[in-house]
Design a protein around this ligand. Sequence first.
Ligand code: ADP
Length: 438
Amino acid sequence: MSTPNQALIMLEGDEYVRHLEKKVAQLDQMVTIGHLLNSTLDLSELLELIIETAAKLVGAQTASIMLLDERTGELFFAAATGESQEKLRKVKVPLEGSIAGSIYTTGQPAIVDDVRGDTRHYTGVDQSISFHTQSILGVPMQVRNRRIGVLEALNKFERIPFDQEDVQVLSTMASHAAVAIENARLVARLQEANRRLSELDRLKSNFISIASHELRTPLMIVQGYASFLREQASAETSNDLDMVLKGAGKLQAVIDQMTNLNYLDARSITLTAKAFVLQDTINEVAREWKALAGAKQQELQLKLPPSPITINGDAGKIALVLNNLLNNAVRFTPEGGHIEVAVAHHTGRVAVAVADNGIGIPKGELERIFDPFYQVEDHLVRHHGGLGLGLAIAREVVFQHDGRIWAESVEGHGSRFIFTLPIMMAVSPETNEPSAAG
Ligand code: ADP
């Protein structure tokens, strides 16, 4: 004996199976849309797929997405099925006096079985694309409580009225579309902001290279005349001229940094790679810095392995890296401090460390100091000068040599900057004697 419920299921078995099959097909389509949402940033492709699927799922002749143009307060077609897409893109739908407009304004779905009996129906769209609208199902589209448009399905096949199940399906599709549109808008905004930033960065770099070029010539004249006058100056005026030359020297250092700004753009670094002995370059750079450190009663010590270490690279650019590191070490170490350049090598790489016992760097800043123009010191209370470019340039040059650079520090006790480079001629660590090239 079967219960009445079982009988009902038996009786409606075929219909029940068809219903389940339809549901499974709908879910399948929605899962596909969900996957697509995560896999493509091509908005028009996605929206077209959403409305095609929406029309299919609710059994409508066509479907369209209308979005609000915030400038004009009208709806425009962001996507539509069928061949009239191009024409539709030019059509605007007013918020007042249209079914889509009232769905947008009220935020409620609407089913209209016969638009002829609805005074809100806006006939402008049908006229412009020679289409005949019979019935409409429309749902609002919103993201995080912000309404952005309307999704409509038109003309249910066989003139059956749209029902609540259709409202549910279309609402799900509308929320998919709304997320896709919002994401695409965010990406577009980010791309635009990025484009503007790049443009500003380009303008800033152009300005700096023009300014440094324009400053160089008058500075050379000042330096030339001041040196000339200094040679013939009396004891009274020679001190004044020394001051002029010292000031001009500082200005020259700033201009040099400005000129080196283009090294931050990897494309504008042209390396003239040649074999050179690292110790020779270090000795050459250190000679100049010994005098400058001496002026601050600082001791500059070198700890270099006796056997030559050969690097295949641009000696001039590596000298620039050392210059920038020593410049910082001298500036950020008080009078009487200690600075050391040490070299160690190991399995095909050499590490150069420039250490000081100066003011040190807070732990949280050890990465950021390599960013262009970044300085630990607030520029309003600066005591140490500089443009914040030295380390950024050093990093770029070291990268170009297939090396790494980083900083270690204990705040208040000093800093150590280490950069590594591949060795052209391997040197055995124990003997410091060259072995097979590696
Ligand atoms: P600049 O020295 O012109 O400011 P850099 O890019 O060479 O630019 O250095 C960035 C910042 O890193 C410096 O302003 C300073 O705050 C910090 N810094 C670099 N080297 C040292 C150092 N040896 N000791 C302490 N702070 C340092």
